[in-house]
Ligand binder design. Sequence first.
Ligand code: PFF
Length: 448
Amino acid sequence: METKKRDGFNSRIGALLAIIGSAVGLGNLWRFPYVVGENGGGAFILVYLIIAFGLCTPLMMTELLIGRRGKSNVVGAFKAIDSKSKFYYSGYIFVLASFLILSFYSVVGGWVLHYLGESLTFSLSNLSSEDLTLHFKNLVSAPVRPLLLHFLFMFLTASVVIFGIEKGIEKMSKIFMPILFIFIVVLAIRSLTLPGAGQGLNFLFNIDFSKITMNTVFEALGQSFFSLSLGIGCIITYGSYMRSEENIMKSSIVVVSSDILFALIAGLAIIPAVFAFNFEPAAGPGLVFIVLPQIFSQIAGGSVFQIIFFFILFIAAITSSISLLETVVAYVVEELKITRRKATIYTSIIITIVGCFCALSEGALADFKLFGLNFFSLVETLASNILLPVGSIFIAIFASWVMKKEDVVEELSNYGTIKVKNLGYYFVIVKFVAPIAISFILIKYLLF
Ligand code: PFF
């Protein structure tokens, strides 16, 4: 009997761009600059680089190898690799985490769409700081608008996922990721050529070691995992679509480096401009929605740069949300045996409904609080601070304590056809350092 070939990436560049697309998102362009601003600039960046290269690259390799070896979704991959262990239960954590992250991520994606629309109609030009603060507050607390924007963003995400890997995700990444890169470089050049930008550069690259505290390390750990899409199952899912001839170690290095590069360029595009106009870099989540439009109003050609900025923020957000939806859809298609079309429609509808509660959490549902958190923050905390670290610990333990070492080496070396260096380092990190370091994050979040 002829079995249907599993959909997958058809080219190396397509696979890499899709994985980079998952990694590069709001985490890089929206969160990274203000987290750097709040945590002391260069000192934070140094810690971030060490964690991203030293700890996250081996974990990226691990997720890719589990996916490719299992050639299945986040539950099926564990079953396929070791049918006896109960580790496939951790797959349910990944499905839940992707589901929850997408439900609030798409709400922020909706805000980005709103700001893109406003930029295209030049409605943000020449508004004062108070006006822009009010504008942002009115948007997020409005009764209907955030819902409609969230629906639109989810609809766009689903419209790509429904076409599958090669014809949907790979194609979209090949078109949009290069555009994203070119535009962000253009913005960085504009920002760096503003008078007074040097102060921002100094802030980004001057390392004051006294600013490195335990908190800096925790912030950098959390930020790097989220930014690299680790611990959520997206990388396992994309790994399952990778061709057998791809070099997992090299691919991981390329993805981690690109993600860092995007975050740094985003920092270079935003922070020098913030300093040039005497704003505070530690402006929190409002940095891109409140501070940046004021800056764009003051520079020559600012309205065009503003359109470019919100357009790339949108691309970055949607390529990440696609990977989140794909993780859930792949599970539903393969484990619950329904067609991709139906799976995409049903899961998108359910995620959209849960997301509605997030979208309304600053408005109609502002009074609903649990542990002092509104619905949006509750879902974000549960997914990013609890499920993500738990998932990462399971992945590290599975690959280094449950899987046979020969199988891991076989997968990393493409059945001995390529040489893999530093395997000793890899195993020390995945077996000991990662589970211990991640347990600390978890304990910190649970206790403090
Ligand atoms: N890495 C994405 C970002 O930086 O915005 C967010 C993300 C996507 C997190 C996919 C987790 C994930 F599985």
